[in-house]
Design a protein. Structure first.
Length: 148
């Protein structure tokens, strides 16, 4: 949950996370996206959740060969299933929100607080164009066109 709500990972990002992408000793998580990598530096909450998940994963499935970080009882024993399946997205249904909506809201809220597109790019691993769209939406008075 914290990876979605705080760090704005998409379902695709979550689906592709590997166990080796999480490095607790360096307090970071590498998110691999087409053509680039985004490094998340773990805050205290994310670190605690990731550490607890690793302990739980090992307790439940100590001999699994599944290389993905997020697995369940089916994918732990049969790697022909997708790493986390569709059950993960269903967690958010009772709230009436979707993972993309949470992602967009989180980035927008950060844009309201900090009007720096570089900050958004570094924090969320988004492109410069995407960062500028969020900044423009959050601070239209600062990004308006100059009169001719």
């Amino acid at each position: 949950m914290v990876l979605v709500c705080v760090h704005t990972l998409s379902g695709t990002d979550m689906h592709h996370l590997r166990l080796t992408d999480l490095d607790l000793s360096r307090e970071r998580l590498i998110v691999r996206r087409p053509g680039k990598r985004h490094i998340i530096y773990l805050d205290e909450l994310t670190y605690r959740c990731a550490s607890a998940w690793l302990r739980e994963r090992h307790r439940r499935w100590p001999v699994t060969t599944n290389p993905h970080l997020l697995i369940n009882r089916w994918t732990a024993v049969d790697t022909t299933y997708s790493p986390i399946g569709t059950t993960f997205a269903r967690i958010f249904r009772p709230t009436g929100l979707t993972m993309p909506t949470l992602r967009q809201d989180r980035i927008r809220d950060e844009a309201f607080e900090v009007d720096d597109p570089l900050h958004l790019m570094r924090l969320f691993g988004i492109s410069s164009q995407t960062a500028m769209r969020y900044i423009t939406a959050a601070h239209p008075e600062r990004t308006g066109k100059l009169p001719r």
